[in-house]
Design a protein around this ligand. Structure first.
Ligand SMILES: Cc1cc2nc3c(=O)[nH]c(=O)nc-3n(C[C@H](O)[C@H](O)[C@H](O)COP(=O)(O)O)c2cc1C
Length: 318
């Protein structure tokens, strides 16, 4: 799969996931075969006005061969300044969030609010194109529950010069409820000639094959299916997973995070990640409790190391 001349090693990509697609998760997923990894959404204003927390989201490793940063905003000029800034230099692709359903974002006219303002959305894409980097857009199939405006929206984005489109097959009002509408993603694919990445409800290799066949999309994006489960990319791409057990995987995740972040940041972020790794594991609840009680990196690593729940072999999990 190619995006504006950039060749991806595979057609399955890790989604932007606020609070989760940290540098450790992106490292593990890229190593397992994800052809593209996205940071979580980052505020363009935060970048331009130097919000100290924003840079925490932007660390990358050499394991990520093609790197996408996802930004959100509603002001094309501020967004362009963010894209041209030093912090985003290392990113190959600029993705614009036009799907976030969260009230605070939508009421600012950002995220999925842009679905209702396709002219402004197109102006954002056109303006960001002047940075010289490929600009991609991630959006939902409509705003209101039963509305399907994604085909028209895709045309606006394509005409404005978007290099690829990711379509999450739900509307804003659905948030994460109900099944993703793969039929409608197929309509978007048919309506545009730029690469489309299909997104929604992919939790296994079978789902990956089904969504590709169903929609005709050239790429597939995975979010929830990768939480605590980076090996899903190995299962799909056939690339060998580097860790034999879940414990080894978690310890590597901690190590990568700790190499970029403060102790407190690493401990707090890993608690959420560990809750995902524990899902469905016998004895997982005990580890979760031990991890949540940890105040230092040593205590966290000890809880993980001593947990028998994590001694399970990786491919046996799901
Ligand atoms: C906890 C969480 C955080 C998310 N954060 C983002 C985000 O920062 N940017 C974005 O475009 N989508 C975000 N999403 C949406 C996902 O990228 C994806 O579109 C959605 O979860 C559907 O894919 P899935 O069925 O594979 O989970 C988030 C989803 C979840 C569950």
């Amino acid at each position: 799969m190619k995006i504006d001349g950039i060749t991806l090693a595979s057609d399955v990509v890790l989604a932007p996931i606020a609070g989760f697609s940290d540098v450790g998760m992106r490292y593990l997923c890229a190593q397992a075969g994800a052809g593209l990894t996205y940071t979580e959404m980052v505020s363009a204003k935060g970048l331009v006005y130097g919000n100290e927390h924003t840079e925490d989201l932007l660390h990358t490793t050499d394991e990520e061969k093609v790197r996408a940063v996802q930004i959100f905003g509603n002001d094309p000029e501020i967004m362009l300044r963010a894209v041209c800034g030093r912090e985003l230099e290392k990113f190959d692709i600029i993705d614009v969030n036009m799907g976030c359903p969260v009230k605070k974002i939508v009421s600012n006219g950002e995220g999925s609010a842009l679905l209702k303002n396709p002219k402004l959305a197109a102006e954002i894409v056109r303006t960001l194109r002047s940075s010289g980097k490929p600009v991609t857009v991630k959006f939902r199939i409509g705003f209101c529950k039963d509305e399907r405006t994604g085909v028209d929206f895709a045309k606006y984005m394509t005409d404005a010069g978007a290099a690829a489109l990711t379509v999450h097959g739900r509307t804003r009002e659905q948030f994460y409820e109900g099944a993703a509408d793969w039929d409608y993603i197929a309509e978007v694919v048919r309506a545009t000639d730029v690469p489309v990445i299909a997104n929604g409800d992919v939790f296994s290799k079978e789902d990956y094959e089904k969504i590709k066949a169903h929609t005709g999309a050239v790429g597939v994006m995975i979010a929830r299916g990768a939480l605590g489960n980076p090996q899903i990319f190995s299962q799909i791409t056939g690339r060998k997973f580097a860790y034999a057990t879940v414990k080894e995987t978690v310890l590597r995740h901690i190590e990568v995070l700790a190499s970029f972040h403060s102790e407190i940041y690493t401990v707090n972020n890993m608690k959420k990640q560990i809750a995902c790794y524990c899902k469905g594991l016998r004895g997982g609840k005990q580890l979760k409790l031990a991890a949540f009680g940890a105040r230092t990196l040593d205590e966290l690593v000890r809880a993980v190391t001593e947990s028998e729940a994590l001694d399970v072999a990786v491919p046996e999990r799901r």
